[in-house]
Ligand binder design. Sequence first.
Ligand SMILES: Nc1ncnc2c1ncn2[C@@H]1O[C@H](COP(=O)(O)OP(=O)(O)O)[C@@H](O)[C@H]1O
Ligand SMILES: [Mg+2]
Length: 265
Amino acid sequence: MTQAQLAQGTSPLLAVRDVSVVFGGIIALNGVSFNMHKGQILGLIGPNGAGKTTLFNCLSRLYQPSSGDILMEGVSILSRPPHRIAEIGIGRTFQNVALFPNLSVMDNVRVGAHSKTSSDIISDSLKLAWVRRSENDVNKKVHEILAYLDLEDVAHTTVSGLPFGTQKRVELARALAADPKILLLDEPAGGLNHEEVYVLGDLIRKIRDERHMTVLLVEHHMGLVMSIADHVVALNFGKKLAEGTPAQVQADPDVIKAYLGSKDQ
Ligand SMILES: Nc1ncnc2c1ncn2[C@@H]1O[C@H](COP(=O)(O)OP(=O)(O)O)[C@@H](O)[C@H]1O
Ligand SMILES: [Mg+2]
């Protein structure tokens, strides 16, 4: 999708409006605003400590902004607890894989599909209180997602025995099983090797294209973001430093300075 198409009049799927987060004396986010449009892969970048995870946690409702607002389809999400974001179509994965290690791949994905039912065995951020899916519908969904993410061969394998890269794909499968409108990914490339990052990039793009999803990709490293994002927002010290196409942001002098100045790049 081109920037021009995105700019054409449609209201944003998600709007972050002047969001600030203060922890004690630390300003983790300072008046950050941007829009996400349907079908977009939006990359949120910035050096360590820039505020990426803080913003991610505001979106997934683990943190409450000190000021500002976050609107999903024009409606504020700030009064919603974390266990009620899936029902409005916000799905997430975790920076460190948060699967049930002793359950099989299939059962982990089933938890995602069941998150459209109410149940107390699942974690708050996956729980959904909408229409109950029948057992049959859940099974169909689980099989469809396992096939889609090429996980059929390991469907009955216990998650703890799988390589890290595969575990990350299982987490993605679990998030997709709840049919989110927006998929929030916090550093999905963390801990993956070069080849795995490349495969992941293709997969995220495929999910966006084929499943009509909107993706917020939080990444510390620029490579993956620059290769798949349509739009990039760069943070530094809690403020928005730059926003635009990957090429625009990559060429921005302030962004270059922030990355050169950080020890971890
Ligand atoms: N729960 C918290 N309590 C206090 N300070 C925090 C908390 N979470 C993050 N911070 C601080 O907020 C700033 C932004 O952190 P974070 O959002 O984790 O950055 P990033 O994900 O970009 O590396 C940092 O200075 C960090 O130390
Ligand atoms: Mg982080």
